[in-house]
Design a protein around this ligand. Structure first.
Ligand code: NAP
Length: 311
């Protein structure tokens, strides 16, 4: 297993087990959690969500105080033709992680998605709104939430949306590549949500954990128990894919290399995809603000920071 930090600066010598080590959020978590303790981030060979035994073995061997689950099957369109695999990774594995967390007295932090909703609500979704996923990915993520809630007594489920950053497969990087390759880009303008920077999600997770675990002497489960539940965690502001694409292309430090001279807004009906997507993906972050005292900056501020990094 790959140790990520020696824990020398640990406030309490706690072990944090991070799954999905090379994913958008997992990669950032390894850095963001390092000041809090000893971070363990197994490789896919060591921890494969399609092999339940590997989940049991890793948790039992590392006995973490906190498991932060950033591993998932995230190929939303491909999921339509691989429902069993998607379900094993997004629903069964988080359920087993929750069972194992309970067994070793760890707290499970898990990420979920705006795609648990059907997007027909006229205002941002709150945590108590009824989910109704439109696609396989969303249905398996919802099943993962339910499996966690039934297997463990203390957990934090953070629903986020439209994750992007300097690494990984994401909308921002796709738009920047297409702008270099194509003269015209047609982007959906009638699906709205909040694009959210992977690093801000990892940092917010670390901040929440630092605060909740900061009470000396309490085991992690007891320290987090009063806050256990589902929270919506996205950047502030709401925008369409089209407006986000426009902001990306304007801010791209490499815009001199763009071939694209025309960015065209199109309705989702003109851009058919294998998986249906919710028209309204906006998540109300009020509960997070009120209970945990935390709010992420506006998506435009986050985009500016990512672009600064890229420049
Ligand atoms: N991306 C978004 O827009 C978005 C939106 C809302 C919620 N979320 C949620 O946020 C979380 C993190 O998303 P992300 O964007 O960081 O995802 P990501 O970049 O696709 O990373 C997913 C990670 O999961 C790992 N993984 C895949 N199959 C696995 C398996 N069988 N066993 C163990 N690990 C496996 C991947 O490993 P490999 O790299 O080796 O395949 C990768 O490290 C997920 O729960 C996702 O549902 C994401």
């Amino acid at each position: 297993m790959c140790p990520e930090s020696d824990g020398s600066s640990a406030s309490a010598g706690r072990t944090f087990l991070v799954t999905g080590r090379d994913g958008q959020i997992g990669y950032e978590l390894r850095r963001a959690l390092a000041p809090l303790g000893h971070v363990i981030a197994p490789t896919l060979e060591e921890l494969d969500f399609t092999r339940p035994d590997s989940i049991r073995a890793v948790v039992r061997a590392s006995r973490p105080a906190v498991i932060v689950n950033a591993a998932a099957y995230t190929a939303v369109d491909r999921a339509e033709s691989e429902p069993a695999l998607c379900s094993a990774i997004n629903a069964d594995a988080p359920g087993l992680l929750a069972e194992e967390a309970e067994r070793v007295g760890a707290v499970l932090v898990h990420y979920s998605t705006d795609y648990v909703f059907d997007g027909t609500k006229g205002t941002p979704y709150v945590e108590t709104d009824a989910p109704n996923p439109l696609n396989v990915y969303g249905a398996t993520k919802l099943a993962g939430e339910q499996a966690i809630a039934s297997a463990s007594s203390v957990f934090l489920i953070l629903r986020t949306a439209r994750v992007y950053g300097a690494r990984g497969d994401n909308f921002m990087r796709t738009m920047m590549r297409f702008a270099r390759e194509k003269p015209e880009l047609r982007v959906v303008c009638d699906q709205v949500g909040a694009p959210t920077w992977s690093r801000s999600l990892a940092e917010a997770t670390a901040l929440v954990l630092a605060r909740l675990l900061g009470v000396d002497g309490l085991p992690p489960g007891e320290a987090v128990a009063p806050w256990s539940g589902i929270y919506h965690l996205t950047a502030a502001g709401i925008t369409s894919w089209y407006e986000f694409a426009r902001a990306i292309l304007e801010a791209d430090p490499n815009r001199a290399a763009h071939r694209c001279t025309s960015l065209v807004p199109v309705p989702a009906s003109e851009y058919p995809t294998l998986a249906r997507r919710p028209p309204n993906s906006a998540l109300d972050n009020g509960k997070l603000r009120e209970k945990l005292g935390l709010a992420l900056p506006h998506w435009r501020e986050q985009l500016a920071l990512v672009m600064e990094d890229l420049a």
